[in-house]
Design a protein around this ligand. Sequence first.
Ligand SMILES: Nc1ncnc2c1ncn2[C@@H]1O[C@H](COP(=O)(O)OP(=O)(O)OP(=O)(O)O)[C@@H](O)[C@H]1O
Ligand SMILES: Cc1cn([C@H]2C[C@H](O)[C@@H](COP(=O)(O)O)O2)c(=O)[nH]c1=O
Length: 197
Amino acid sequence: MLVTLEGLDGSGKTTVWEALRDTYSDAVFTREPTDDSWYGEAVNRAIGDDDADPLATLFLFTADHADHLSRVVRPALDAGELVISDRYSDSRYAYQGASLRDSDLKRPMEYIRGIHSAFTRPPDKTIYLDVDPETAAARSGSTNKFEQAAYLAEVRANYERLIEAEPDRFVRIDATQSPEEVLDEVEAALDDILADA
Ligand SMILES: Nc1ncnc2c1ncn2[C@@H]1O[C@H](COP(=O)(O)OP(=O)(O)OP(=O)(O)O)[C@@H](O)[C@H]1O
Ligand SMILES: Cc1cn([C@H]2C[C@H](O)[C@@H](COP(=O)(O)O)O2)c(=O)[nH]c1=O
C-alpha cells in the first residue's frame, strides 16, 4: 500500500514523517524530491535557481519521480511493503500547476496529470496537512521562491481541486494544531487506513 503525505511548505510533513518511523518501523519511508539520486540533486538546483524555467523544472521533478518509482516505490510495493512518501505526484500537480499558470499551457494541472497518467502509480491514500499560506510561509522561513505566501495560496487552491476530484483518497488534517495533536491525528488516520486495507 502506498500512503503519501502532502501539504504546503511548513505544514509539518517532514516532522510527521520522521515521527512515524518510530511507530511504523516496518514501513519503507521515502520522499520526493529524492535525496539519494542525481535526479534529486538536479531538482534541488532548480528549486534554488530563481531563473529556472518552470516547464524545465516540471520535467526535472517528473524525471525524479520516474526514477523514484522504478528504483524505490514499485519494488517495495511488489514486495508487499507499506510505503510512506513525504510528497509525491500531488506536489507536482499543485506546485507546478501554480508555477505554470501564466504559461502557454491552457490547463497546466490537467496537462501535468496527463503526463503522469501514462506511467505513475497513484497513491492509495493521501494524508493532507492543511495549513494557511501565511503560517506555511512563516514556518518554512520563506527561503526560496516556493515558500512565499502568495504562491502558496495558489498551491493550496490546487490541492483543494485535487481533493474535490478524489475526496475518498484524501484525509485532511488540521495542521495548525500543535505538533503532538497533528501526529496523534495522523497516526489515528493511518491506523484506520491500514485496518481497512
Ligand atoms: N504543528 C506544528 N506547529 C508549529 N510548528 C510546526 C508544526 N509542525 C512543524 N512545525 C515546524 O515548522 C517547520 C517546518 O516543519 P516541517 O519541515 O516538518 O514542514 P514540511 O511540511 O516538511 O516543510 P517543507 O515542505 O518545506 O519541507 C519546522 O521548524 C517545524 O519544527
Ligand atoms: C515533490 C515536489 C516538490 N516541490 C517543491 C515543494 C518544496 O517547496 C520543494 C522541496 O520539497 P521539500 O518537501 O521542502 O523538501 O519543492 C514541487 O514544487 N514539486 C514537486 O513535485
